[in-house]
Design a protein around this ligand. Structure first.
Ligand SMILES: [Fe+2]
Length: 232
């Protein structure tokens, strides 16, 4: 159900439920245009397919799951979908307001903006924590399957600690703002549908850290230990 924009609600949900969804940030007609362009680019075979499993380690905040999706890296987005660069900068004040943080754009060109396209028949992203401070996803498809799954850490003095599981299905044009560094999350595998997510990575001023091995693991499937050795 669409509640409209309510800053107080978004701030509360972000801080206490670790994520909030702002509806209708992008018009459905523009989502259609971008989706068509993305599909056309993938059909040319020039967009990388990430396909690995069991390579993640705690060093990169990953549980070692399966990764299967096409990926547009930062330069691919800048070259082919410049509209998203405008969105990335334009919504920064919105992201700062909802998170109550001094939010900055990413200094990392490969990972500042990405598009992940999960193909039908097993497209997925393994359980992990994000390394950047503030995670924002803009959905370009509406899906009845392949939700984002969150494992929300809960604690109460009388009840101890537990994990609350929550699934959020994609709605085209909506924006998810999440504490990706604090909540373990993954993308449930697709069955029949294709899912398209624009990943907008933000940081907090003074903390733009990114693990040295992270991009070669996420994009190229290089195990973190090998990557560290290769860099040493
Ligand atoms: Fe993530």
């Amino acid at each position: 159900m669409d509640h409209g924009f309510d800053l107080t609600r978004h701030v509360r949900e972000y801080h206490y439920d670790f994520a909030t969804v702002v509806s209708d940030v992008m018009a459905s007609t523009l989502c259609d245009v971008l989706r068509e362009r993305i599909e056309g680019l993938i059909s040319t075979g020039r967009i990388k397919l990430v396909d690995h499993r069991g390579q993640g380690t705690a060093a990169v905040s990953d549980s070692g799951g399966r990764y299967l999706h096409h990926i547009f890296e930062g330069d691919d987005v800048r070259r082919h979908l410049p509209e998203l660069g405008a969105v990335y900068h334009a919504i920064l004040p919105l992201v700062a307001s909802i998170t109550s943080q001094d939010v900055v754009v990413s200094p990392h060109a490969r990972s500042d903006m990405n598009i992940k396209v999960y193909p039908p028949g097993g497209g997925t992203l393994g359980e992990h924590y994000d390394t950047n401070g503030v995670t924002v996803l803009l959905f370009l498809t509406t899906n009845r399957e392949a939700p984002l799954r969150m494992q929300i850490p809960r604690a109460h003095p009388a009840k101890g600690t537990w994990t609350e599981r929550r699934s959020i299905h994609a709605t085209a044009g909506s924006l998810l703002i999440m504490k990706g560094r604090e909540v373990l999350h993954d993308c449930e595998p697709t069955v029949n549908e294709r899912k398209m997510t624009v990943v907008l990575n933000y940081y907090v001023r003074g903390d733009t850290w990114r693990h040295d091995s992270f991009d070669s693991f996420v994009y190229d499937g290089v195990p973190p230990s090998e990557s560290v050795a290769a860099n040493a």
